[in-house]
Design a protein around this ligand. Sequence first.
Ligand SMILES: Cc1ncc(COP(=O)(O)O)c(C=O)c1O
Length: 370
Amino acid sequence: MIQFLDLKAQYQEIKQEIKKEIEEVLESGQYILGPKEKQFEREIAEYLGVKHAIGVANGTDALIISLDALGIGPGDEVITTPFTFFASAECISRVGAKPVFADISFEDNLNIDTEKIEEKITEKTKAIIPVHIFGCPCNMDEIIEIAKRYDLFIVEDACQAIGAEYKGKKVGAIGDIGCFSFFPTKNLGGYGDGGLVVTNNDELAEKIKRLRVHGSTKKYYHSQIGYNSRLDEMQAAILKVKLKYIDQWNEKRIERARLYNEKLKDLPIILPKIYREDYKKHVFHLYTILTQKRDELKKYLEQKGIPTGIYYPLPLHLQEVYKDLGYKRGDLPNAEEACERALSLPLYPELKEGQVEYVAKTVREFFERM
Ligand SMILES: Cc1ncc(COP(=O)(O)O)c(C=O)c1O
């Protein structure tokens, strides 16, 4: 029986190191913003090639706090993709601004279509949130060019893409601010919630640090309304161990993705593109194919003991909560089509090559039976 994702298999590999770290945290008596959290922030800042890394409670808070730190609020608009997890737009609404959706590109692995951004810009637009969906970097040169021309901030939603690179730079480290999630299923996942904000801007870093502790720099003195959003010491200790393995785990994901692509070629499906690594390093948080027969294929694979996932069944512009934004079906056709055709196959570093081959063989069988 193949699993869609097996978090226990990874834990078994690093169990001794994790247990030691947890024990040390328990013995230390420092459970929030202690020495291990600070060390993790230093190490991950170095890994990502950024000046400041600030641990927060989860990826959603990372995005909300980032927009807040940039002064984005009521009356402002922020452009993002409709084909993402809800939090990429929820953060915009949460600070009181309006999400504006630009369609995605099939050419560019379902990321925001950079040619569709400019037509969405108004006088109210303050920022763009590119989401490196499924671990694949967006076309950042084009996004930076638009942001410069219209004086917009870039907040990268790199929640699914830790370790991915665009022209040699780690994603998250390219825009004004980058946001990461350490939700357990992510490529770098904790054993609970966790998140991170990164920036090279000293002033923004100070603001973000203040915001995560109730808008305070000195205990019990508050200069603004903030949040209670810290990466706890236990998660930081766990992530510090896991950070050492992230490149190795990402490489395994890429290898599995390559094997899937090789075994699934020449079928009536669109496969994810694997780019030249000096241009884009895609770290495959998910391995997602597109097919007209998505629902039938999903059912067939399930009968053969192969679980799959649908990311995402409904684009954000058509979500009930956003009905007042005025979008209707047909407005963003690529995102809508992707939601009808996308199917994610099992992928994680511990997945065996033989299992990839079995999944691919079963997918092939499905199309050959038709
Ligand atoms: C693209 C994207 N943005 C934001 C988030 C929010 O992260 P979290 O679940 O840690 O709040 C997630 C993951 O859940 C995500 O996949």
